[in-house]
Write a protein of this length. Structure first.
Length: 257
């Protein structure tokens, strides 16, 4: 089973890119972030015409997450991150696919930091780690994927020294990522590529994509039972070079059924 994650950066404006990617790369499951569209504007007909069923959690102009499944129905298990009934931002959705729980995440950016947005990010991450611990304790096979807005290490950023004051790379953010790893989650792309420079995001400015001046913030975290089934994975680097692309590349893994 091939599972992919893709921050589309606006599902309406990037729909041609999304549909081309689905046709050419053909993931069995596609987790999408940053839809930037309310629920009623989700392009369900186009997604179904491409051969996928979908669940989604939208929000006008901002955020939004979705899970697409090829030629099958999705069993939604969670909508929104638990722990704060007053938090209305659409950043988490979860479904069960072939016995695996798949969580699709759009973690807050947090900039400028320090400040209220960074405070919100840290509080969201705290709720997230509480929830991921419960998932880990359940013993179920789980895949958590999406745009984490976390640069785990210096290896994951071009000229990392330029990111030290950014919310994506501040010590608090890196420490929070390590808490997840210490819970027992496996960073799938790093496991498959130890020591290799891999980027998943390239800014639209300063020819970042052409210079390979990026960062790695789109991740797959696997529970132990899924990690044992991990076959391969990678980054669809070429998609970032298509016409009117997202600033993120799709990332994917394959696991044994």
């Amino acid at each position: 089973m091939k599972i992919a994650t893709f921050n589309v950066n606006g599902i309406s404006s990037r729909l041609p890119v999304l549909l081309r990617w689905l046709e050419e790369k053909s993931p069995d499951v596609a987790c999408l972030q940053e839809l930037k569209a309310p629920d009623e504007k989700f392009p369900l007909q186009a997604i179904e015409d491409a051969g996928y069923k979908a669940i989604w959690h939208g929000q006008k102009s901002w955020n939004g997450v979705a899970i697409l499944l090829k030629n099958d129905q999705l069993a939604e298990t969670q909508r929104g991150l638990p722990g704060d009934d007053e938090d209305l931002q659409s950043r988490y959705i979860e479904a069960e696919v072939n016995g695996i729980l798949i969580g699709c995440i759009y973690l807050p950016n947090g900039n400028p930091a320090p400040g209220p947005k960074f405070d919100y990010k840290l509080k969201w991450v705290e709720r997230f780690t509480d929830y991921t611990q419960k998932l880990m304790n359940s013993g179920k096979p789980v895949i958590l994927c999406g745009d984490f807005n976390m640069i785990p290490t210096e290896l994951d950023a071009y000229k990392a020294e330029r990111w030290v004051n950014d919310a994506l790379f501040r010590p608090e953010t890196r420490a929070a990522y390590q808490v997840l790893i210490q819970q027992g989650w496996t960073d799938a792309i790093r496991k498959l590529n130890p020591g290799k420079i891999i980027y998943t995001y390239f800014d639209f400015f300063r020819n970042a994509y052409q210079r390979n001046a990026g960062i790695r913030i789109d991740h797959f975290l696997l529970s132990a039972s899924v990690e044992q089934r991990l076959v391969t994975g990678g980054v669809d680097h070429d998609v970032r070079g298509w016409e009117r692309p997202s600033d993120h590349c799709p990332v994917w893994i394959e696991v044994k059924d």
